[in-house]
Design a binder for this molecule. Sequence first.
Ligand SMILES: [Zn+2]
Length: 94
Amino acid sequence: MIKSDSRKKISSKEAREKIQNFFSSLNNRTPKEIKKIKRLAMKHNLKLKDNKKNFCRKCLSIYKNPKIRIKRGIKNIECETCGYISRWKIKKSY
Ligand SMILES: [Zn+2]
């Protein structure tokens, strides 16, 4: 049986798995947890990529019911917690 110890140093592979796990279920995640995951990703030089679009850049809250507006290929997502607007370019791959 493998016992996981969160205090010990983890490998990049373990870090990536941890991050994937984290983003596979975002319900009830707190800004504190997101901060931790972000720090973990930075430490291991891992990119959060599209996962970054799931939470507010400013207050780190998970988007539950954000206001989304699309204008000229830019997606504006307004955080319902702090009102910060994140902008994402929409890929024209389709
Ligand atoms: Zn916010």
